[in-house]
Design a protein around this ligand. Structure first.
Ligand code: ZN
Length: 271
């Protein structure tokens, strides 16, 4: 039986010892991060999803970097919203009370971390990390533009012409190898360590909160049934019903930024 009872959810939350939260693009969208999905999901004349692919990289790594340079620039201009901050307060309270808290996100923009979330599993990587194609090293990189050659590039305007970047202009590792965004592209496998960390958090949780994601893409799509099998309670906060709504014990419809702050503001029972 689904219920929208806020009080019942809050008493469940207060009794929970291990909480897992799964977030997606809806949380970022409220900060102004483009989702690049569905209508309006174009960058220039390209389907944004087609640029986030190994095939696009093979064809033109400079174009892919222009797209990511633009995304980094946009993300830098956005700030965490009340939903991000409510999740930080929830984590702090549960840690202080001796509970466990894991935030699993499909977002790559780093806003959860900027807000102050600490135990974050990033299923799809990070806009702010790069990976060397030669030595495989993953490093933090917050340069905007990514290299001087990309200054002023990346305009999403369909009239903007694609600039052809030379191999020498691509971001480079100190070892000389070409750097790529450390994000999971369509058709690529997720990091096994991240999947294991997320799975462990979901399998061990007594409450799973799904926020701003339709959870139709695996492995995220598997987390709700997985939590259900373990006997966990499941709550959903989404602007519209999703593929997992039917499995949820609590469903809150609306924007995460408006719902989460008052919904999550509950003192946990001491461990
Ligand atoms: Zn390298």
């Amino acid at each position: 039986m689904n219920t929208t009872s806020r009080e019942r959810f809050q008493s469940t939350l207060a009794r929970s010892k291990k909480i897992a939260v799964l977030t997606g693009a809806g949380v970022s969208a409220e900060s102004g991060i483009p989702t690049f999905r569905g209508a309006g999901g174009l960058w220039r004349r390209y389907e944004a999803t087609s640029l986030a692919s190994p095939e696009a990289w093979q064809r033109d790594p400079g174009l892919v970097w222009e797209f990511y340079n633009h995304r980094r620039e946009r993300a830098l201009g956005c700030s965490p919203n009340p939903a991000h901050r409510a999740l930080v307060r929830l984590e702090d309270r549960f840690r202080d009370a001796g509970g466990a808290f894991t935030l699993i996100t499909q977002n790559i923009d780093g806003l959860h971390e900027r807000a102050g979330s600490r135990n974050v599993v990033r299923l799809h990587g990070s806009l702010w990390q790069v990976r060397c194609l030669s030595c495989a090293r993953v490093t933090e990189n917050r340069e905007v533009p990514i290299t001087p050659a990309f200054a002023g590039s990346g305009s999403p305007d369909p009239e903007a012409g694609d600039r052809r970047f030379t191999a020498a202009e691509l971001p480079r590792c100190p070892c000389g190898g070409v750097l790529r965004p450390h994000v999971v592209w369509f058709g690529e496998p997720l990091d096994a360590g991240d999947i294991a960390a997320a799975t462990a958090a979901v399998e061990g949780c007594d409450l799973l909160i799904v926020v701003g994601t339709s959870a139709v893409v695996y492995p995220a799509a598997g987390f709700v049934p997985m939590a259900k099998r373990q006997g966990a309670r499941i709550a959903e906060v989404n602007v519209e019903p999703s593929a997992v709504t039917g499995l949820c014990d609590f469903v809150f419809t609306g924007s995460a930024g408006e719902i989460l702050p008052s919904l999550l503001d509950v003192a946990p029972a001491r461990a």
